[in-house]
Write a protein that binds this ligand. Structure first.
Ligand code: NAP
Ligand code: MG
Length: 395
């Protein structure tokens, strides 16, 4: 390797797995170069969270990052770690804001684990817009009869006011917004990622009802497609497909998978959990944060697996599934290889993924997957170390 990968270390059980994955599966095979940032909670605390910002800035500079799961402190964590100076914000939130990125979540699929939806044969990747709408809305409850209006005051004097509704009794109200720039970044990240993955892109909203609001999402996506991506899509034989959200849901359920589904913030929140549950296990969900310029940060979707960590601290060997974390590494190595024209690195990433899948397909798996394997499939439960050693042996 010549250009480094940004390596963001993390917390608890995933931090333990992180070290083992590097030691057993990567360092013996790759002349690994990383720029290391310790995003573990205590390091974020010691640096007043500057380390998170520095890691995100390094990612902009180097183009590829791999991140371990990290603790987002809450009240309970403030008690657990009395040295915390502040309830530091979610590192993922900080990084996403700096990279202006969209998160793409995809399941790792295997022949011996069938999704609940039996016609799904290939992974469905969910792209969730991560800004605005109901997540940045203001709400209001009123008691009297009356009228609500929505008004805008422009910095340059533009003024617009709209009657929302007149009511004859108690009522609830909500105002939402989104920014054109954020929608455009979302669209670009989706088109970029579809091209890298060589997969069709679906996008759905409810623009027949929200004609102006969702209509703007539809319009910006179409504009970006026509002006920047249609040619490349056609050259690769890819499709950009827009449809209404309810029609999309019906088509997704009847599809065989294998595409990227872009969704507005709320739709993506709901659908990503639905798709993850239908495919099987949280431990098999990967996530990539993609910037409009194609910068990528790879990670597992799950958290730091706290319950397993407490058992590990008591000296127990846990059967924590390292698959999504390994695939974060292979994703980053493959991307680095593609960007820098190092085909051996791409091949290594593919080979490591295959060794993992073959190990699982041979029946050797961590405890979380055993109940998901199809009936009659012979399995052997192993702990994390044994699983990594089985993969290393195949590799
Ligand atoms: P979690 O770490 O995802 O774990 C929830 C449960 O899911 C586990 O207790 C375990 O179930 C199962 N699980 C998840 N990953 C697994 C794996 N790799 N192998 C086996 N089982 C797995 O979620 P959490 O307990 O709600 O959160 C823990 C911490 O993670 C929190 O501090 C949170 O802030 C942080 N977090 C970070 C990220 C991130 O950095 N991207 C994302 C989410 C949460 P069983 O106990 O039943 O075995
Ligand atoms: Mg959710």
């Amino acid at each position: 390797m010549t250009t480094p990968i940004v390596e963001m270390d993390g917390d608890e059980m995933t931090r333990v797995l992180w070290g083992m994955i590097k030691e057993k599966l990567i360092e013996p095979f790759v002349e690994l170069k990383t720029e290391y940032y310790d995003l573990g909670l205590l390091s974020r605390n010691a640096t007043d969270d500057r380390v998170t910002v520095e890691a995100a800035e390094a990612t902009r500079r180097l183009g590829v990052a791999v991140k371990c799961a990290t603790i987002t402190p809450n009240r309970q964590r403030m008690e657990e770690y009395p040295e915390l100076k502040k309830m530091w914000p979610s590192p993922n939130g900080t990084i996403r804001a700096i990279l202006d990125g969209t998160a793409f979540r995809a399941p790792i699929v295997l022949p011996c684990i069938h999704p609940v939806v039996k016609n799904w044969k290939k992974p469905i990747t969910i792209a969730r817009h991560a800004y605005g709408d109901v997540y940045k809305a203001v709400d209001l409850a009123t008691d009297e009869p009356g009228t609500a209006t929505l008004s805008f005051r422009g910095a340059g004097g533009e003024e617009k006011t709209l009657d929302v509704q007149s009511v004859d009794g108690p009522a609830v109200w909500q105002a939402q917004h989104n920014r054109a720039a954020s929608i455009r970044s979302f669209a670009r990240s989706c088109f970029e990622y579809a091209i890298t993955r060589r997969q069709d892109l679906w996008f759905s909203t409810k623009d027949t009802i929200a004609k102006v609001y969702d209509g703007e999402f539809k319009r910006i996506f179409a504009e970006e497609y026509e002006s920047g991506y249609r040619e490349k899509f056609e050259e690769l034989g890819l499709t950009y497909f827009y449809t209404l959200i309810d029609d999309a849901v019906a088509r997704v359920v009847r599809s065989e998978g294998g595409f990227i589904w872009a969704l507005k913030n709320y739709d993506g929140d709901v659908m990503s959990d639905m798709v993850a549950a239908a495919f099987g296990s949280l431990a098999m969900m990967t996530s990539v944060l993609v910037s409009p310029d194609g910068t990528m940060e790879f990670e597992a979707s799950h958290g730091t697996v706290t319950k397993h960590y407490y058992r590990y601290l008591k000296g127990e060997q846990t059967s924590t599934n390292p698959m999504a974390t390994i695939f974060a590494w292979t994703g980053a190595l493959r991307r680095r290889g593609e960007m820098d024209g190092i085909s051996e690195l791409v091949r290594f990433g593919e080979g490591l993924e295959k060794a993992c899948l073959d190990t699982l397909q041979s029946g050797v798996m961590t405890g979380d997957l055993i109940p998901l394997a199809e009936q009659g499939f012979e399995t052997r439960k192993v702990n994390s170390v044994e699983f990594l050693e089985a993969v290393a042996a195949r590799l």
